[in-house]
Design a protein around this ligand. Structure first.
Ligand SMILES: CC(C)(COP(=O)(O)OP(=O)(O)OC[C@H]1O[C@@H](n2cnc3c(N)ncnc32)[C@H](O)[C@@H]1OP(=O)(O)O)[C@@H](O)C(=O)NCCC(=O)NCCS
Length: 254
């Protein structure tokens, strides 16, 4: 938490616990002291592993720690037979490029401060099964990640509809709205409206693929662009249909 909080990130202790329960963490500590650098791999149910939480405290940067941890993480992905994916911050992009990662889509983090709630009426509908959401999400990502979606749904608030699904979860500084998977634009818009209603006047982040064309809807809902991420991978990406993913689960989960 000290590492992610120093970087101003949104993860909670529950996020760290979930990542370390479902995945595997790597770290560097000062002798007898606290952790100064971290990385986590989160294997999806097959094919792909997500790398995240690549953090080095400010006074230890540019000494090769992130590169060493990434080598370990990539080795672990290879041993598991998984293609490594991650969402890179501008700081991280060059580290990963030098390790052979290829650049994919750009993602924009949209942010809305507390108190800027829209007037959409809450129309949250839920059914009991996460199954259709998992299937659509697997098509979007190119790999199933049921264990992750179940954990996110259990700790947050799932909105499940016939055309798609949206998961909401509380973060350290703002609610994360996503992942949002939907078969078409109309379903995506409806899910976002329900998600905004559920979050109410609390601060919120939404990480949208630029190619999703969600900018107008997010601006109209009071969001402004805060930062960018670059989706990158190392290895052969599984066939995917990213057009089904409107908002990601956040850079730590993909
Ligand atoms: C990004 C981060 C993890 C890099 O950690 P690090 O231990 O300093 O990285 P390394 O020392 O292994 O860097 C290896 C090379 O990558 C490049 N690089 C690293 N940080 C860079 C930066 N901020 N800008 C441009 N290039 C950078 C350099 O070429 C560097 O080699 P050099 O120092 O010999 O020039 C660290 O800056 C950090 O924690 N930033 C805040 C959190 C963050 O954005 N994490 C990445 C999440 S995707």
């Amino acid at each position: 938490m000290a590492l992610s909080t120093e970087a101003g990130w949104n993860q909670t202790t529950a996020d760290w616990h979930r990542l370390l329960r479902l995945g595997r963490g790597f770290g560097v500590a000062e002798r007898g002291g606290p952790l100064v650098a971290s990385a986590v791999i989160l294997p999806y149910d097959s094919d792909l592993a997500w790398i995240s939480m690549v953090l080095v405290i400010a006074r230890w940067r540019r000494r090769g720690l992130a590169s060493i941890l990434m080598d370990e993480a990539l080795d672990a992905c290879r041993r598991l037979g998984r293609t490594a994916f991650l969402d890179a911050t501008p700081d991280g992009t060059e580290v990963y490029r030098q390790l052979g990662f290829a650049a994919g889509e750009r993602i924009t983090r949209w942010s809305r401060p507390a108190g800027a709630a829209t007037t959409t009426l809450p129309t949250v509908r839920a059914d009991a099964s996460l199954e259709p959401a998992c299937l659509l999400d697997a098509r979007a990502m190119g790999a199933p990640r049921r264990a992750l979606l179940e954990a996110l749904a259990a700790d947050g608030r799932p909105i499940l509809q016939s055309g798609g699904s949206l998961l909401l979860r509380p973060g350290r500084v703002a609610w994360q709205i996503g992942p949002l998977t939907a078969a078409d634009r109309r379903s995506a818009d409806a899910l976002l409206a329900d998600g905004l209603a559920a979050v109410g006047a609390q601060a919120a982040f939404a990480d949208a693929r630029d190619a999703a064309g969600f900018d107008g809807v997010l601006r109209a809902a009071g969001f402004t662009p805060q930062r960018h991420f670059l989706r990158m991978h190392s290895g052969t990406p599984p066939p995917a249909d990213p057009g089904l993913l409107w908002l990601t689960a956040g850079p730590e989960f993909g």
